[in-house]
Design a protein around this ligand. Structure first.
Ligand code: NAP
Length: 497
């Protein structure tokens, strides 16, 4: 079992006890960061006693000096003495830096020794020889925490995890790109990984709050057989996909985890993950187009649109598809059926010529009688119209168009500017299909006014949930728990407000 250890960066014994009371059961260890206490030399024993009284968890005592990324700035002998005292008081482990381990000498009692090596700038070469040096320096457990700057750095950390006796190893890639090394520690069966008590209390870059480890990634369910899924993007921090898909995997009892991967180089990403149980990916900006050339097979919609958003990995083959385009088409088709119009007989107006506009224009090029594309920057509308056989307009010409189907793909009306509307309201008429790509808010001003004008609505929220549900189905061959996924999106959106 891999311990999930919460770094306790509270400054008083009382504060530490309060933090411990809030921890989820999946946090099986805590680390007293003596260097974060108000008066480390005076109160470390008192703080450790408070922790030992408050919990049965495995307890580590660490007093990290400033040179190793900690806060302790005093005398080295006194610093090491706090670790000896921690052992005497009953800490299960003390953590000492490699260059101080010899000076610390023998430690009393049965307390184990974690010997650690940090590099906040880079992932050094030859991680395995660092591991051997740590063992030679007396480590019961060797801890290597290094900055993961690229996917190859992350790969080097996984290589180390695979090469070592992992039960005496803690290996962490610090920073956003290393988050997967923290979450996937139980897949490699390493001794421990670290989480913060709260969002604003990370003791190291990239440390994930323990609530997130527990509720988002279901850390205690991850094991060597867990399949890996994720979203490759850059940036990736605000993606809702991990929340949606992890909830769906848990609801359907699948042994799978979904991670955010901040990726610069997709080819290197595949090299690192493909032989490590990677089963599926969501793909978003900026990789939707470049991913196409890396697939073994690509579905027709992706080829039509020139971009994909889903990769399914089966028997070592990469299968690319575009659930974005498929779900948009489905949402539109449903609304058209309700309005009793045939898309193929309709004049479709797309407002916006960015990513969403492009997807819809390409999908609808041969599914409409007349395709109009209006955009703030007319040249972009012209380019897209040229590619799709449509006609291009500026936004000032909207009043002259009389579409059967109106699709907004601009962010006008999106949170927080929810009072804005992307088209003049008087172009809305009864029976028209109006599709707003925006999903935050769930009901936009355009949708409200269109409903009042007697239009039939297709919503960006349904589009968003449907493309995620279709990804789940693609990867798992199971029906997606759509209602649950919709609720997760609603919760995430209300959290953003
Ligand atoms: P994008 O690539 O940045 O394109 C934005 C488009 O909107 C461009 O055509 C841009 O015109 C236009 N635009 C931006 N600000 C404008 C303004 N103030 N007035 C008029 N036009 C403006 O963005 P995207 O990825 O296509 O996304 C657009 C919207 O669709 C977002 O709200 C996004 O959340 C939503 N979306 C929803 C889903 C879903 O699943 N529901 C999927 C994809 C996108 P210029 O060319 O002149 O810059």
């Amino acid at each position: 079992m891999t311990h999930l250890c919460v770094s306790l960066t509270g400054s008083t014994p009382a504060e530490l006890s309060d933090i411990i009371r809030e921890l989820p059961p999946s946090a099986t260890a805590v680390e007293l960061r003596i260097d974060h206490l108000h008066s480390p030399l005076q109160s470390s024993t008192e703080a450790l006693k408070a922790i030992l009284n408050a919990t049965d968890r495995t307890v580590i005592a660490t007093n990290r000096p400033a040179r190793a990324g900690g806060k302790f700035q005093g005398d080295e002998k006194k610093r090491l003495n706090t670790l000896r005292e921690a052992a005497e008081t009953g800490a299960d482990y003390i953590d000492v830096e490699m260059d101080s381990s010899a000076r610390l000498g023998r430690i009393p009692g049965n307390t184990g020794r974690i010997v650690s090596c940090h590099d906040f700038q880079k992932t050094p070469e030859k991680l395995f020889s660092i591991y051997r040096d740590l063992k030679e320096a007396g480590a019961d457990v060797a801890k290597i925490a290094v900055r993961s700057r690229t996917i190859n750095d992350t790969g080097a950390i996984f290589n180390l995890m695979e090469r070592c006796t992992t039960t005496d190893l803690i290996a962490i890639g610090m920073g956003e790109k290393g988050i997967c090394t923290r979450v996937l520690a139980p897949k490699f069966d390493t001794f421990m990984t670290f989480a913060s008590a709260k969002h604003d209390a990370a003791a190291a870059p990239g440390q994930v709050p323990c609530k997130q480890m527990d509720e988002l990634y279901h850390f205690s369910s991850i094991n060597p057989a867990t399949r890996i899924y994720g979203v490759v993007a850059n940036p990736v921090a605000h993606s809702m996909s991990p929340a949606i898909h992890n909830a769906a995997f848990t609801r359907t009892n699948l042994n799978a985890v979904y991670l955010p991967f901040k990726v610069d180089n997709v080819e290197s990403f595949f090299e690192v993950f493909e032989h490590r149980d990677l089963r599926g990916l969501s793909v978003t900006i900026p990789h939707k187009q470049t991913m196409l050339s890396l697939m073994d097979e690509v579905d027709e919609l992706s080829r039509t649109v020139g971009a994909l958003n889903t990769v399914d990995i089966r028997n070592g083959r990469r299968l690319g598809s575009n659930t974005d385009a498929a779900a948009a088409l489905q949402a539109l088709q449903q609304a058209a059926d309700e309005a009793e119009i045939q898309l193929e007989q309709s004049h479709i107006l797309i407002v916006g010529a960015g990513g969403a506009g492009r997807t819809l224009a390409h999908v609808l090029a041969d599914k409409s009688r007349l395709l109009s594309i209006a955009n703030r920057t007319v040249e972009r509308a012209e380019t897209l119209a040229g590619e799709t056989g449509g006609s291009a307009y500026g936004l000032d010409q909207l009043n002259s168009l009389d579409p059967d189907v109106l699709i907004n793909t601009t962010p006008v009306g999106m949170h927080p500017d929810v009072d804005r509307i992307p088209v003049p309201p008087d172009i809305l008429r009864p029976g028209m299909v109006v599709f707003d790509a925006i999903y935050n808010p769930i009901q936009t001003r355009l949708m409200r006014e269109a409903e009042e004008a007697g239009c039939v609505i297709a919503s960006g929220f349904d589009w968003f949930v449907s493309q995620a549900a279709a990804q789940f189905q693609t990867w798992t061959d199971r029906d997606a728990p759509r209602e649950l996924m919709a609720n997760v999106v609603r919760d995430e959106l209300s959290g953003q407000k």
